[in-house]
Write a protein that binds this ligand. Structure first.
Ligand SMILES: NC(=O)c1ccc[n+]([C@@H]2O[C@H](COP(=O)([O-])OP(=O)(O)OC[C@H]3O[C@@H](n4cnc5c(N)ncnc54)[C@H](O)[C@@H]3O)[C@@H](O)[C@H]2O)c1
Ligand SMILES: O=C(O)[C@H](O)[C@H](O)COP(=O)(O)O
Length: 397
């Protein structure tokens, strides 16, 4: 069996080597001739799987994308050709939810905001949106949830979510059809609904926000002396060529990497591996946990009562007073032991002009999730909250 796999799908050899011959390809450079005699094609979002690509696919039985987004796949065509298709739903949901909270904490620090009295609007409450909601619930943050495909008293209209959100975060798929298309969901008409001091985060798809209209709105705020939007953009209309005029107006810029934790990417590989095994009748004998390396910082100890800094091994000892930091500051300190989104903002600014958007994504440094850090604490309430947020925790006496 021949398995063709995007070069940016981690651990593919480890998972697939005993199922067949594994060959790698560059995501944007895949050409139809490379699909001759291929049985399984595993892509990421930058490969358009359409009629043009499949002209020479004489044996293709399986297409998988190691992503949740499916807007690059002609699913109807695959169904017509009897080619099995799967995405990897949920694989990077935790990665994006962690990234967005990281962004919120940095926006809060940069613009000197307290998150505790803010209303966060989540637009699109699927795998990512609901993961984000769960974490923000732990932090007791007031929410507005907007998802027209879901019902219940907790859901609100887009208009209300835009009007009432101090922080608005987009987590919809990109759709141009259906009852509630998301292409330019935020546009010249409803941008006017945003609060004066709003924080706006997009880690969904660039085209969900009309980037030209956003720029015009930002400029119009300036001329009418309204406060600037506090903007964090991970996704851009027209990738890999983002609208550069938006960059100076964004507190945080990144190159579509919200889902790029090592765990998030690797879970995508594992999900596809399980589907391939099922479809071709193999036993799924490999598990992701056997491949993931230890993080650089694995432990930190928080002592609220008389810690003396004497913890063992490679653990990092935060000062005794850390436990008395404001919750927002403590959380930011812990999260930034794992990863600080300002690193990705710096990569974006340093490399976009010369190396380009795709280069930043392809050379993305390893980033771990909060679960890679064990927080030892003698405060059971704190431990419980940190566990609910996704850290690994241990109690100390
Ligand atoms: N920046 C990144 O690195 C990154 C990573 C992962 C996913 N994404 C993007 O985020 C999107 C969401 O991911 P997910 O895993 O949560 O997907 P999902 O399919 O689980 O959830 C999407 C949710 O959006 C809702 N929705 C659809 N149309 C809507 C509309 N008009 N208004 C409000 N809600 C609407 C759906 O009902 C669904 O609940 C993906 O489709 C992908 O485009 C980006
Ligand atoms: O849709 C997704 O899952 C994400 O946007 C994903 O992180 C995209 O990554 P890519 O496939 O472009 O490498």
């Amino acid at each position: 069996m021949k398995i063709l796999i995007d070069e940016n799908i981690p651990y593919a050899e480890s998972f697939f080597c005993d199922l067949g011959e594994v060959e790698r390809f560059a995501g944007r450079g895949l050409n139809p001739a490379q699909l001759v005699d291929v049985d399984v094609l595993l892509v990421r979002s930058i490969t358009k799987v359409n009629a043009e690509l499949l002209t020479q696919a004489n044996r293709l039985k399986f297409v998988g994308t190691a992503t949740i987004g499916e807007d690059h796949i002609d699913k109807q065509l695959l169904a017509q050709k009897g080619i099995y298709f799967t995405s990897a739903p949920g694989c990077n949901a935790n990665s994006v939810a962690e990234f967005v909270i990281n962004v919120m904490l940095v926006l809060a620090e940069t613009h000197q905001l307290s998150l505790s009295d803010k209303v966060v609007s989540i637009i699109g409450v699927g795998n990512i949106g609901s993961r984000l909601k769960a974490k923000l619930d732990v932090l007791n943050i007031e929410l507005r949830l907007c998802d027209p495909y879901k019902s219940g008293p907790e859901f609100t209209s887009l208009e209300k979510a835009l009007k009432e959100g101090d922080i608005i975060s987009f987590h919809t798929p990109l759709t141009k059809e259906g009852e509630h298309p998301t292409f330019h969901l935020l546009n010249e008409h409803n941008l006017a609904l945003l609060k004066d001091d709003v924080c706006l985060i997009n880690a969904s798809r660039g085209e969900v926000i009309d980037n030209k209209a956003l720029l015009a709105h930002i400029e119009q705020r300036k001329t009418s002396n309204r406060p600037a939007i506090k903007l964090a953009l991970d996704v851009w209309e027209g990738e890999p060529e983002p609208m550069v005029e938006l960059i100076p107006h964004s507190t945080l810029c990144s190159a579509h990497i919200a889902g790029y934790s090592l765990e998030g990417k690797a879970k995508g590989t594992e999900i596809l591996y399980r589907h391939v095994c099922e479809q071709f009748g193999f036993e799924a004998s490999h598990q992701l946990q056997h491949f993931l390396p230890e993080a650089d910082i694995t432990e930190v100890s928080l002592r609220s009562s008389g810690g003396n800094g004497g913890s063992a091994g490679n653990s990092e000892q935060l000062a005794e007073q850390s436990i008395r930091l404001e919750p927002q500051a403590l959380l930011k300190t812990l999260i930034h032991l794992v990863f600080d989104v300002r690193r990705d903002d710096a990569l974006f600014h340093r490399h976009l002009a010369n190396q380009g958007f795709d280069w930043i994504r392809k050379n993305y440094p390893v980033r771990r999730e909060w679960s890679s850090l064990t927080v030892k604490s003698d405060n059971p309430n704190l431990s419980e909250k940190l566990t609910q947020l996704g850290f690994n925790t241990e109690s100390i006496v």
